[in-house]
Design a protein around this ligand. Structure first.
Ligand SMILES: Nc1ncnc2c1ncn2[C@@H]1O[C@H](COP(=O)(O)OP(=O)(O)OP(=O)(O)O)[C@@H](O)[C@H]1O
Ligand SMILES: CC(C)(CO)[C@@H](O)C(=O)[O-]
Ligand code: BAL
Length: 284
C-alpha cells in the first residue's frame, strides 16, 4: 500500500493506473477509521480495481477551532487497518499541501440551498468546506466511483448535487449507516464519550425509531412529534439540538407529493454532537 502526501506523487500514480486501464474508486475520510469507514472501503472495492482512501482533517469545514484542534488524528493505526483491507493508496496530505496559500484566498465551491439549511445553519461554512475539498479530491484522483456514508445524509445530497451541477464524471455511491449492536451509528466523534455517556448514546436511535413508527402509522403533526422526541431525548440524558422531518429527496419541508421522509437528528452528549438519520417511505 502506498502512502502519499504530495499532490504531484498522487497524480503520477493515478496517471499510471489510468494508462493501464484500471478503474479507480475514492473513499474520502477524515481518518480515525472505524467499521463504518471499512464498509465504504469494501463497497469501493466492489466497483473498482484500485481503491484510494484520503485521510485529511479538512480545516475548511470546521466552524469551531476547538472541534478542529481535538479531532482525533491516528494516521498510523488508520494505515494499518487500510493495509489489511488491501487498499492501494492512502492520500494523507498536510493542510499546507491542500491550501498552500492558506484558506482566506482559496477558491471555494458553494452548493446553493443545501449548503446553508439544516446542518449548514448549525455549522456555518461547514458545507462550503466539504464541497471545496471533495471537489479538489475528485479533480486530483479523477475516480470512476466515490463512496460516501448515508450517516452524513445532507453531505451526500450536497455532493450528488455538486457532481451533477458541475458535470463530474464520477459515480457517487451512498453506503447505508453502519451501527453498533445497540443501534448507535459509528462515528469518530463517539470517541469523545465517557463510558457512562456511551451507555446513554443509543437513546438517539431509540427516539428516532419512535418518530419513524409514528410517521409509518400516518401521524403528520410534525411539530408535536418532534417536540415529544426532544423531550424523550432529554429524559434519556441527551441534549436535543436539531430535530427535523423533511422530504427525503429535496430536504425541504414535507409536502403532499413527498414519497419519503427523512428524520434528521442531532443531539449533544457531553463533548460529542451526535447525528443520525432514517428514511421512512410514506404510504399515506
Ligand atoms: N457509521 C457509518 N456508516 C456509514 N458511513 C459512515 C459512518 N461513519 C462515517 N461514515 C462515512 O465515512 C466517511 C468519512 O467520514 P468521517 O471520516 O467524517 O467519519 P465520521 O465517523 O463520520 O466522523 P465524524 O462524524 O465524527 O466526523 C463519510 O462519507 C461518512 O459519511
Ligand atoms: C467527505 C469528507 C471526507 C470531506 O472532508 C468529510 O466531510 C467526511 O469525513 O464526511
Ligand atoms: N463526517 C462529517 C464531517 C464533519 O463532521 O465535519
Amino acid at each position: 500500500m502506498l502512502i502519499v502526501e504530495s499532490l504531484s506523487v498522487l497524480r503520477q500514480h493515478i496517471r499510471e493506473w489510468r494508462q493501464a486501464g484500471k478503474r479507480i474508486a475514492l473513499v474520502p475520510t477524515m481518518g480515525n477509521l472505524h467499521d463504518g469507514h471499512m464498509t465504504l472501503v469494501d463497497e469501493a472495492r466492489r466497483h473498482a480495481d484500485i481503491v484510494v482512501v484520503s485521510v485529511f482533517v479538512n480545516p475548511m469545514q470546521f466552524d469551531r477551532a476547538d472541534d478542529l484542534a481535538r479531532y482525533p488524528r491516528t494516521l498510523q493505526e488508520d494505515c494499518e487497518k487500510l493495509n489489511r483491507r488491501r487498499v492501494d493508496l492512502v492520500f494523507a496530505p498536510a493542510p499546507s499541501e491542500i491550501y498552500p496559500q492558506g484558506m482566506d484566498t482559496q477558491t471555494y465551491v458553494e452548493v446553493p440551498g443545501l449548503s446553508t439549511m439544516l446542518e449548514g445553519a448549525s455549522r456555518p461554512g461547514h458545507f462550503r468546506g466539504v464541497a471545496t475539498i471533495v471537489s479538489k479530491l475528485l479533480n486530483l484522483v479523477q475516480p470512476d466511483v466515490a463512496c460516501f456514508g448515508e450517516k452524513d445524509y445532507q453531505q451526500l445530497a450536497l455532493i450528488r448535487k455538486m457532481v451533477a451541477d458541475m458535470g463530474y464524471g464520477t459515480e457517487i455511491v451512498g453506503v447505508p449507516i453502519v451501527r453498533a449492536k445497540d443501534g448507535l451509528a459509528l462515528s469518530s466523534r463517539n470517541g469523545y464519550l465517557t463510558s457512562e455517556q456511551r451507555k446513554l448514546a443509543p437513546g438517539l436511535y431509540q427516539v428516532m425509531n419512535t418518530v419513524a413508527e409514528k410517521l409509518r402509522q400516518g401521524e403528520r403533526s410534525l411539530d408535536e412529534i418532534l417536540a415529544l422526541a426532544a423531550a424523550e431525548l432529554n429524559e434519556k440524558g441527551l441534549r436535543s439540538d436539531d430535530l427535523q422531518i423533511r422530504d427525503a429527496d429535496s430536504l425541504e419541508a414535507l409536502s403532499e407529493q413527498s414519497k419519503a421522509a427523512v428524520i434528521l437528528m442531532a443531539a449533544w452528549l457531553g463533548q460529542a454532537r451526535l447525528i443520525d438519520n432514517m428514511v421512512v417511505t410514506l404510504t399515506r
